[in-house]
Design a protein around this ligand. Sequence first.
Ligand SMILES: NC(=O)c1ccc[n+]([C@@H]2O[C@H](COP(=O)([O-])OP(=O)(O)OC[C@H]3O[C@@H](n4cnc5c(N)ncnc54)[C@H](OP(=O)(O)O)[C@@H]3O)[C@@H](O)[C@H]2O)c1
Length: 248
Amino acid sequence: MDLDLTDRVYIVTGGARGLGRATADVLVAEGAKVVLSGRTEETLATARGDSVEAVVADNADPETPRRLIAAAQARWGRLDGALISVGGPPTGTVASTTDDQWTAAFQSVFLGAVRLGREIGAALPTGGSIAFVLSSSVRAPLPNLTISNGLRPGLAMVAKTMADELGPAGVRVNGLLPGRIGTERVEELDASTGDADAAREAAARTIPLGRYGDPDEFGRVAAFLLSPASSFVSGSMLPVDGGMLRAL
Ligand SMILES: NC(=O)c1ccc[n+]([C@@H]2O[C@H](COP(=O)([O-])OP(=O)(O)OC[C@H]3O[C@@H](n4cnc5c(N)ncnc54)[C@H](OP(=O)(O)O)[C@@H]3O)[C@@H](O)[C@H]2O)c1
């Protein structure tokens, strides 16, 4: 199957590492151009190249959507879609999570994503595609990840609403629900338990495929959702979790 990505241009936020970077790598391998963002120059520096424009930009900054769209237009003169990813929120129970943690996470994880989706959605032509990186917490709560459990389901419904609003313009909007993919974020979550190996083994036992996903396995699904190959998929939440989610 041809993903028809040659010379298409995508914004990938939170793309210096992890799921964003893995998706950008697949997009570029398939012939696309990428505007990649992250918060620090050091982590982005290695990504720069013929097919990658790297922009230091925080998803929480209201100026970020305008700057990323402008970067795509300035370098390649077109924009076909975006993967909206960001660093995960802090861990914690409902009882231990403070107002300041909720407020900071709302700005970067929730409002930042909504704002990016809104501004990029308005800039996309017919055939454009937006994919939000969400979490299995859209459908089932994760232990000790209160903020994720609180914010992701709401974002999923915003994405669904955007699919309604942008569908008539021929723009698709979907969400990706990673389960446990082996990125730095998941390494940190495992380490935060005090016994990373035990945490990883216990988590792997809850996954029917018996292992963590590889970032590239996520990137290939994300690239498909962004590409014209998925031209009739919109308003969907797609788990990439090795069968982990107990909800359909
Ligand atoms: N990996 C999984 O299995 C999994 C499962 C469920 C949900 N998720 C969610 O998926 C998202 C991506 O996860 P990941 O595993 O790729 O995380 P990661 O390995 O920590 O990578 C996050 C990326 O986002 C960038 N970033 C962080 N905060 C940012 C901000 N405010 N603005 C712009 N860029 C920012 C980071 O670069 P800088 O630090 O340089 O900015 C980094 O490139 C997270 O929201 C996570 O909660 C992941």
